[in-house]
Ligand binder design. Sequence first.
Ligand code: NAG
Length: 203
Amino acid sequence: MANIIIFIVISSLSIACIPSGYARKQGPVDNEKAWFQNICQGNEKVAKLQFYVQDVLSGENTTVYEIARASITSNSPTAFGQVRVLDDLLTAEPDINSEVVGRVQGLITSADLETSALAINLNFVFTSGQYSGSTISILGRNQIMNKERELPVVGGTGVFRFARGYAITSTHSYNVETSYGILEYTIYVTYVDDSSMRLQANM
Ligand SMILES: *[C@@H]1O[C@H](CO)[C@@H](O)[C@H](O)[C@H]1NC(C)=O
């Protein structure tokens, strides 16, 4: 179990439910039906997830790679136009050897001519505990020199279907010599409170 992933019910939200004739024609799967009824009954809650991202920018275990740059990138103070792909380890604690929570995969683009800011597209893939097999997608602007950055949660899968919310991220530490950063993430995200779905996600 990922102990550091805190699961706190903050509040119930309601969601408008429109019956779908098209979905019925597809032949409902029992689990899908139960899940849909749950979200229709307003069993939507907010969870808080907290973990660390191991961002290895150089060396033998590098997890971030440049895939493209623009003609301006090398001379730009903000590396404008640089596009990188990453597959970073998620851990429960700052220590890279602490419990593995999952991976974060996606694209980061330097997209601000004057300030260091990234346009990001990240998929968080959870591989332990009650969220195993579920994903959360984050998209937005990350002004990396700010102490705390707020990013929008735009969706998810599994436990996090219909997810919305936001993430607060900060740099826990950064080693300039080894280009190795540890980022802290706290995600506030909606989920449907359905224990049977959560058990299924564990399988
Ligand atoms: C790379 O990963 C291996 C396996 O986890 C580890 O033994 C090694 O120390 C790592 N290298 C660096 C430079 O961190």
